[in-house]
Design a protein around this ligand. Structure first.
Ligand code: UD1
Ligand code: UDP
Length: 439
């Protein structure tokens, strides 16, 4: 089995690293394709060093550009590699333009795609990431979802639950594996005066940093939060805008704000784990905060990681100055809230996501379930039905006896993912009944 892995940006390198380690452990054949979307040393190469990753077999070198330019260049480059290399399976991760390009090209070449971190939805289609996730999910064949909530997003969109595997998030694998190494190797804390009350800040979302009004509100809050040591490894997009809008000089004048270049993963993990709180608009940081038991404030009005909010570890503060200051003070000054946020249960698993992902992928490949073929006869093949079950039966027993696939189970009005051993008595089920052939 030859696997092609497509990556393009910092978070994809980090979250694919445990999968690459697992592939290497199993001696599987693979190629690594970097689109080159992130290219600065500290946004790309540093992570290959920190995570001891192999140099990519291909770097398409797309660099920066508009969405159309970037995605088109990626698609051209990836298509050429796939035609030459003929992988059996393609893996993409997350919601960047690399995921969009990789998934579209693979599906057009009839190469099955596995989407790592599938099923996340912010329900905000103005975010480029939401479109990327949704398109990638349309093109995918295996969906490695971090939580039951993301699994339900997919089944609600009509994805076959048999292709949806709840694995946890590989960021937990990366985080747990590398924190121990970071504690030995990183000296980041020696560069920060006063380790008390560190607030680690990152932001790079277009809707925050390309917008003068929102960026001003957020940075005005930072200027006033003088009780904290704010460590701000600044993303290149954000740095450009802080300079363009004339905000950068106001921030660097302040003793309590320490703006630094983006740091490597080991330094960053140690910094996060030593922080009293995290302020961010990053997706990965919301997950890492709850993994490392650090209270998180998210500079957004929605999140595709709602589990972190429900669990109590993350507060959506938006981008208004007063709300940001008020929430930071509340976390800093109220030990009860602090404790509750730190104790929030991590919804993203136990650090074994990459193992589960590879187990299922190899099994599906060996069972011949990843062959893409044009269907002979789709017309009249199945009927979708809803039924209240009033007898003892599990999902698996029902599916086997009825030649059916259960799409969703409704328990007291709540949608539930159809796990095989789930008991169906007194629950409504939505299912596809197949009149002929295999499911
Ligand atoms: C991209 C992803 C976003 C992800 C983020 C992770 C898309 C649509 N966006 O956003 O989902 O959360 O990466 O960090 O795929 N730049 C540099 N050096 C670099 C990379 C970027 O200077 O190595 C600057 C360029 O001026 C560029 C800008 O940052 O125009 C934005 O970079 P881009 O890759 O387009 O998007 P990100 O904001 O990084
Ligand atoms: N990160 C890092 N150094 C930094 C900032 C972030 O190593 O200076 C890591 C962070 O630990 C997380 C990932 O980068 O795993 C998040 O990337 P980013 O916020 O750029 O993207 P997103 O997760 O929002 O897509």
């Amino acid at each position: 089995m030859k696997i092609a892995i497509v990556i393009g940006t910092r978070p994809e390198i980090i979250k694919m690293a445990p999968i690459i380690d697992e592939i290497k452990k199993r001696n599987l054949d693979y190629i690594l394709i970097h689109t080159g979307q992130h290219y600065d040393h500290e946004m790309s190469d540093q992570f290959f060093l920190d995570l001891e990753l192999p140099i990519p077999n291909y770097n398409i070198g797309v660099g920066s550009g508009s969405h159309g330019e970037q995605t088109a260049e990626m698609m051209k480059g990836i298509e050429k590699v796939f035609i030459d290399e003929k992988p059996d399976f393609v893996m993409v991760q997350g919601d960047t333009n690399a995921v969009l390009a990789g998934a579209i090209v693979s599906s057009k070449l009839h190469i099955p795609v596995g989407h790592v971190e599938a099923g996340l939805r912010s329900f905000d289609k103005t975010m480029p990431e939401e479109i990327n996730r949704m398109v990638a999910d349309v093109c995918s064949h295996l969906y490695y979802v971090p939580t039951e909530e993301s699994a339900l997003n997919l089944v609600a969109e009509g994805i076959n639950p048999k292709k949806v595997i709840i694995t946890g998030n590989t960021v937990v694998d990366a985080c747990l594996r590398n924190l121990a190494i970071a504690k030995n190797k990183s000296d980041i804390l020696s560069q920060i005066d006063g380790h008390e009350n560190i607030l680690t800040l990152t932001m790079h979302r277009a809707e925050n940093v390309d917008n003068l009004e929102r960026l001003t509100q957020i940075t005005d809050a930072l200027l006033e939060l003088e009780e904290l040591t704010i460590v701000f490894p600044v993303h290149p997009r954000t740095l450009k805008n802080l300079e363009k809008f004339g905000i950068y000089s106001k921030l660097v004048e302040k003793d309590h704000i320490k703006i630094i270049k983006p740091v490597g993963y080991l330094d960053f993990l140690l910094l996060l784990s030593s922080s009293s709180m995290i302020m961010t608009d990053s997706g990965g940081l919301q997950e890492e905060a709850i993994t490392l038991n650090v209270p998180c404030m998210t500079l957004r009005y929605n999140t595709e990681r709602p589990e972190t909010v429900t669990a109590g570890g993350n507060i959506l503060v938006g981008s208004k100055k007063d709300k940001i200051i008020e929430t930071a003070h509340m976390i800093m000054n109220d030990p009860k809230i602090q404790k509750k946020m730190k104790k929030a249960k991590n919804p993203y698993g136990d650090g074994k996501a990459s193992k589960k992902i590879l187990d299922v992928t190899v099994r599906e490949y060996e069972n011949g379930n990843l062959n893409i073929q044009a269907p002979d006869d789709l017309m009249n093949q199945f009927k979708r039905k809803m039924e209240l079950i009033d007898y003892d039966i599990t999902v698996k027993e029902f599916e086997n006896s009825q030649n059916a696939i259960i799409r969703t189970v409704y328990d007291n009005g709540e949608a539930v993912f159809p796990h095989e051993m789930l008991k169906l008595k007194n629950k409504y089920i939505l299912f596809d009944h197949y009149s002929k052939g295999e499911i």
